[in-house]
Design a protein around this ligand. Structure first.
Ligand SMILES: CNCC(=O)c1nnc(C(C)(C)C)o1
Length: 318
């Protein structure tokens, strides 16, 4: 333990696959580490952010059977940026489909940001399949969380980046930025889609401490990645994640309070602000709760990375 832990060494998958989950969607997944080990699934953020090789290295490869998947339309899953049949509930079903495909009974579930949304929702729907939860940068898609980041709030801390974010949107439409972006991210004009995808993505990256993760802005400049990230995120947000009620995740926490859980939250997280982690902590007091006093949103923040590595080590022999 400690506050400046290094990730486990870079590692290559021992197996990768493309799982057909419908007549439209196919999902890329990979397995690393110990093929007979303790299974853990990594749920990436966004939604639409996709996995990256560094994500494999939170976990001790001698002990964990490390499974990562690109969610619908993200990363190497196909069709890229596809919004049809792409909802929270499709993704929950996909996680179960992958678990069955890999003949896993129960697994540790790891997720940050949107990945924490998906991890919590999956556990509340399938608590008997979850050995432990490791959660970072808590996000539950409540309206106030979305408005804070995509309409007004984070904009007070990043007014310069906000000016860039609103540029593609005419003044008369700026009262509903998510709606205005959604119309453009789903329009017929590819140039408009791409320009808006990059502006949306750059806004999110600009509010994560870039010295911690300089690769973020590069990704936002890549047309294909920006389209996957922006289209899928905006689609989920304008639909409130298709949750039956506002605050559904927090209202259903009692279903998972018996599950070993660690919550890690950056005090200065501008994307998924601390209030949601605090609300989860109050609803789920049994979970281990860690403020990272100097951290923003990224899981590359030294204090956040260390606490996540500690949690992964804590649950490695479950
Ligand atoms: C609201 N979106 C926050 C999120 O899930 C997220 N932020 N950055 C990422 C990546 C690291 C995947 C780019 O995901």
């Amino acid at each position: 333990t400690g506050s400046n832990r290094a990730m486990y060494p870079d590692i290559e998958p021992f197996q990768t696959g493309m799982l057909i989950v419908s007549d439209l969607h196919t999902l890329y997944y990979e397995q690393c580490g110990n093929k007979d080990g303790n299974p853990v699934i990594f749920l990436h953020g966004g939604p639409g952010g996709g996995i990256s090789p560094r994500d494999r290295t939170f976990f001790d490869p001698a002990v964990y059977r490390i499974i990562l998947m690109d969610q619908r339309g993200a990363g190497k899953s196909t069709p890229a940026a596809e919004l049809k049949d792409n909802t929270t509930w499709h993704l929950i079903a996909d996680i179960e489909r992958l678990r069955e495909e890999l003949a896993i009974e129960k697994w540790v579930v790891f997720g940050g940001s949107w990945g924490s949304t998906l991890a919590l929702t999956y556990a509340e729907k399938h608590p008997d399949r979850v050995k432990a939860l490791i959660l970072r940068g808590i996000f539950t898609l409540r309206r106030k969380e979305l408005l804070w980041f995509y309409q007004e709030g984070a904009s007070y801390c990043f007014p310069d980046a906000m000016d860039e974010y609103v540029k593609p949107i005419p003044e008369v439409e700026r009262g509903d930025l998510m709606g205005a972006y959604h119309r453009r991210l789903t329009c017929e004009d590819e140039n408009v889609r791409t320009e808006c995808a990059k502006a949306w993505s750059k806004w999110e990256m600009a509010t994560s401490r870039l010295h911690v993760d300089p690769t973020l802005l590069q990704r936002a400049e890549e047309d294909s990645w920006a389209l996957q990230f922006a289209r899928i995120e905006c689609h989920y947000f304008v639909n409130g994640g298709w949750f039956e009620t506002e605050g559904w995740i927090l209202d259903n926490v009692d279903k998972i309070r018996h599950i070993p859980t660690t919550i890690v939250q950056g005090r200065y997280d501008m994307v998924c602000p601390a209030v949601t982690a605090w609300d989860l902590h109050k609803a789920f007091p049994e979970a281990e709760f860690h403020w990272v006093p100097d951290a923003g949103h990224s899981n590359k923040e030294p204090g956040t990375q260390s606490k996540l590595l500690d949690a992964c080590d804590k649950y490695k022999h479950l």
